[in-house]
Design a protein around this ligand. Sequence first.
Ligand SMILES: O=P(O)(O)OC[C@H]1O[C@H](O[C@H]2O[C@H](CO)[C@@H](O)[C@H](O)[C@H]2O)[C@H](O)[C@@H](O)[C@@H]1O
Length: 267
Amino acid sequence: MLTPDLQRILQQRPLGLVFDIDGTISPIAPTPEEARLYPGMAELLQRARDCQGVKVGIITGRTVQSGAAMVNVEGLTYIGTHGLEWSDGLPSSSQIQLVPEALRYAEPGKQLLDLVEQKLTDIPGLRIERKQVGGAIHFRLSPDPQEALQRVSQLLTEPARQLNMRLEEGKMMVEVRAPREVAIDKGKALRRFVQRKDLQGVIFAGDDLTDLDAIKEVASLRKEGIAACSIAVKHADTPSNVLKQADITVEEVAGLAALLREILAAL
Ligand SMILES: O=P(O)(O)OC[C@H]1O[C@H](O[C@H]2O[C@H](CO)[C@@H](O)[C@H](O)[C@H]2O)[C@H](O)[C@@H](O)[C@@H]1O
């Protein structure tokens, strides 16, 4: 049953429906490559895209290439690497734009990931996912993920400080990111999406710490008169702050799919 607030938001046009990928429209998988959209999700996104005055956005920590390959629905806006990359449509039909200030952090990011590759060969199951700027060090498949996290942090904390790069923990991984002065995160990306599409209403759904920036931005947008709502997708490991600060909570990716079906019926 849609809340009165949600029903009011759904009457706004243009209306934005914005989703994170992993843990939100795709259940968490052992590796990034094995992750797939929740069954039926691509069709729901297509139906949303085809609604009059509705703009669908994907804001992910993955690169645009990787996120768009997974979602593979034309006509959505794909925003990757936590906001650093932007593509209006699939990258096969639209050029990916990278925030120009971020480019100078490509080399320091690469150096940190090289260091992990050279020095932590003894940790079984460690995987490196490289992005145009920085990347993720995954330890979900390590027999002792806690130890792997400690070893990665020990190795990278000081070099990251020297290279002015950010280390951020995600689900069973550490992400090497451009520093905060590049001033792009999922919150800023959401605001940019709202501004570029001139949205009067927006709904954002996410499940992890990096989604918190977007969840907080929803609250700011609301104060500025945009009809906005944030949805937390709850899993056993969803950070408590995400659950506390979101307006609505749904259980698992299945819960989001069910809510999206209701939203589409109302649209
Ligand atoms: O912002 P998101 O779309 O949620 O992306 C966050 C990170 O997601 C991916 O890693 C996570 O999902 C994997 C597949 O389910 C899982 O194996 C891994 O343990 C998770 O951390 C992705 O690989 C990262 O690049 C994203 O930053």
